[in-house]
Design a binder for this molecule. Structure first.
Ligand SMILES: [Zn+2]
Ligand SMILES: [Zn+2]
Length: 476
């Protein structure tokens, strides 16, 4: 009995020690999980999928069978993204987005002439009961959805077509001779209107304001610049835009952090014979403007090949030579013109083109006057994706469409006037694939055969809407 009573006492002590040790262990583990920056409810101290009752469950395991493990917590906003995708892929919405794109495709308008395109967009905005300001930059529109207060995040689409005759034959081909939506800006407008419709139906959930920019004249370069001058970015703290790409399978997303597209400029030089010199009272032969122009063209090649850092991509191309039309007469003037592209220091490249042409033609007793169209075309800066904004696009694409639908793409020497926005505020530009070999949508933008797989349009609308809504959730 004594023994048994002493055994009973020891058992009690052991039980007490076990209970105490579990309590201490639980506290230590909980302290390790607490983040110093967290301040709200205890649930936020734990990474998703980890319950703060985890250790209590271990203790009760001693006496009762473990309850079923709770399902892992959904990543914040995942349900919202699912709803956005469902809204975008409703058959009625899909038909409407496609019809918008087809109506614009049939009636392409060139830079700063997008009156009917702009009218069509405003008609749809009116139907959706969306407020907007018009005009900005002649035909542009600035619409908004949300609380009307900060934060403000912008989505942009361009509206202009190209002076190209559409080569393909299909039901909704261009009705305007010599004009074509060969850069997919019709699809950009349709996707942004699709996003507007989705965001309007979720307006009560938005924690700020989404600004929707419909911009003219991307192909001419100063549409974006004029939109900014007319207040497009007022109060806006971040901006996003998408461009179609024939290089990626339909509906897939591609982008990169940092430099994505080059800066771009144009030059035109008029090379003229200098006044003939008199030597010993005898007039020298007139200068040869063709020889001077040829030497200038050759010398320009040395800028990229011999002066630029080989790791910093640059292009200087002469794309036009115009001088004379006779077999036996040297022309008075020869015009050479072309483009230059770079990811850094466009002004330095511009200065060298100016110097090389002027100095080189002097060797042949000619002179040159140069025009860089700074007023008309404006030199585009490179398109740089902000690290955080790129990360945001990447995360939305992966959470909305799956990791296999997103890829990092290399920078290219093409240019985009979206760079004027990205120069002002944090921005990200990304691509959406339109390639579908069965449909024949395999041609590059600016080709008369350019064609898109319209089935990617709802994906683009959902991407736009999800990017904006999640941005406001995270910054509102
Ligand atoms: Zn283009
Ligand atoms: Zn374009």
């Amino acid at each position: 009995m004594k023994q048994s009573s002493s055994n009973y006492f020891s058992l009690l002590i052991i039980l007490l020690i076990i209970i105490l040790s579990f309590t201490v262990c639980d506290n230590i583990t909980a302290v390790q999980f607490i983040s110093p920056s967290s301040s709200s409810s205890s649930a936020t101290y734990f990474p998703s999928g980890v319950s703060n009752h985890h250790h209590t469950i271990n203790i009760t395991q001693k006496t009762t069978p473990p309850p079923p493990r709770p399902p892992p917590l959904l990543k914040a906003g995942a349900g919202d993204l699912e709803e956005i995708l469902q809204l975008a892929t409703k058959p009625k919405t899909v038909d409407w987005i496609k019809s918008v794109r087809r109506r614009i495709h049939q009636n392409p308008e060139l830079a700063f002439e997008e009156y009917e395109t702009s009218g069509l967009i405003r008609g749809e905005l009116d139907e959706l009961e969306i407020s907007y300001k018009y005009p900005l930059a002649k035909t542009g529109i600035r619409a908004w959805v949300g609380t009307g207060g900060p934060p403000f995040v912008a989505l942009r689409a361009d509206m202009d077509a190209l002076p190209i005759q559409e080569a393909g034959d299909w039901e909704y081909k261009s009705k305007n001779d010599g004009k074509m939506h060969a850069c997919g800006h019709d699809a950009h407008v349709a996707m942004l209107l699709g996003a507007t419709k989705i965001l309007k139906s979720r307006e009560h959930l938005l924690k700020g304001t989404v600004i929707l920019l419909f911009q003219p004249a991307e192909e001419k370069g100063n549409g974006a610049k004029k939109m900014i001058a007319d207040g497009a970015l007022q109060d806006v703290e971040a901006i996003f835009a998408v461009h179609v790409s024939h290089q990626s399978p339909s509906g897939t997303i591609g982008s990169r952090s940092g430099p994505l597209l080059a800066g771009c400029g144009f030059f035109r030089a008029v090379i003229s014979a200098a006044t003939p010199d008199l030597v010993d009272g005898r007039q020298l032969r007139r200068a040869d403007t063709v020889l001077a122009a040829s030497a200038a063209v050759i010398s320009l090649q040395g800028i990229v090949s011999r002066e630029a850092n080989p790791l910093d991509s640059q292009v200087v191309s002469v794309t036009l030579v115009d001088g004379g039309n006779q077999f036996s007469i040297v022309p008075e003037d020869v015009v050479i013109a072309g483009t230059f592209r770079a990811f850094s220091d466009m002004q330095k490249l511009l200065r060298r083109i100016d110097e090389v042409i002027k100095e080189q033609v002097k060797v042949f007793r000619c002179s040159a006057t140069l025009d860089f169209f700074e007023k008309e075309y404006t030199i585009y800066p490179p398109t740089m994706n902000d690290d955080r904004m790129h990360e945001h696009v990447k995360n939305v694409a992966i959470d909305l469409l799956g990791p296999e639908k997103f890829k990092i793409v290399p920078p290219v020497m093409g240019a985009e006037d979206f760079s004027f926005y990205s120069e002002k505020i944090p921005a990200a530009f990304y691509y959406i694939g339109i390639k579908n070999e069965e449909l024949g949508s395999i041609h590059s933008v600016h080709s008369p055969h350019f064609f898109i797989d319209e089935d990617m349009l709802p994906t683009g609308a959902a991407m736009h809407a999800a990017i904006a809504e999640r941005y406001l959730n995270e910054h509102g």
